[in-house]
Design a protein around this ligand. Structure first.
Ligand SMILES: [Zn+2]
Ligand SMILES: [Zn+2]
Length: 187
């Protein structure tokens, strides 16, 4: 496990599994720093998702990984965003792009179904990054207490397909942005 300095409000990107490319994490960190106006750093030691693999589903249990991340941030004031190539599920759903603790410190995003290759299409690194930014901003938004937004362009709009994900903006609508930027919500 990585040791986390407790810089208030900083966002740390935590690779989950060793398949996540560092270059992608660094680019994502720069994009998130710009959206949230916070420092965003990439942690070097990956978390092992193997204990959370469900052999019957062939997927990893998102909630259990989140719990593992939450244990790592206990006593600190940082946000921790797990990024994985693993396909994630929660028991009631076929899959999830990600999951977050509402009003908590931890969130998790899977790149698995954000890749064009998953849909039998040629790789598109630029599109993958746009999708990863939207999904990461969305899940982090939940940690600021935001629920799903009825504005379909807002990054907090609920999306269950990449088609819908591609339609929305990589940022918050004014109402959601006000909540994220509230000084009381920054610690
Ligand atoms: Zn959501
Ligand atoms: Zn919104």
């Amino acid at each position: 496990m990585n040791r986390l300095p407790s810089a208030t409000g900083a966002i740390y990107l935590q690779p989950v599994g060793d398949a996540v490319r560092l270059e992608l994490l660094e680019t994502l960190a720069a994009r998130l720093a710009a959206v949230f106006g916070l420092s965003c750093r990439v942690l070097s030691v990956p978390v092992d998702p193997t204990p959370f693999f469900d052999p019957e589903r062939g997927q990893y249990w998102a909630t259990a990984i989140l719990r593992e991340l939450a244990a790592a941030v206990e006593g600190s004031a940082v946000r921790l965003l797990g990024i994985t190539e693993a396909d994630l599920f929660v028991p009631v759903l076929t899959f999830v792009f990600g999951e977050a603790q509402l009003g908590g410190q931890c969130a998790l995003v899977s790149l698995h179904r954000l890749r064009e290759e998953f849909y039998g299409l040629p790789p598109n690194p630029a599109l993958l990054m746009e999708r990863a930014v939207k999904e990461a901003v969305h899940e982090l938004g939940h940690t600021y207490g935001l629920r799903h937004c009825s504005d379909w362009r807002c990054v907090m709009a609920s999306t269950h397909s990449v088609e819908r994900l591609d339609l929305k903006e990589p940022q918050f609508c004014p109402a959601c942005r006000r909540i994220v930027m509230d000084p009381g919500n920054r610690s």
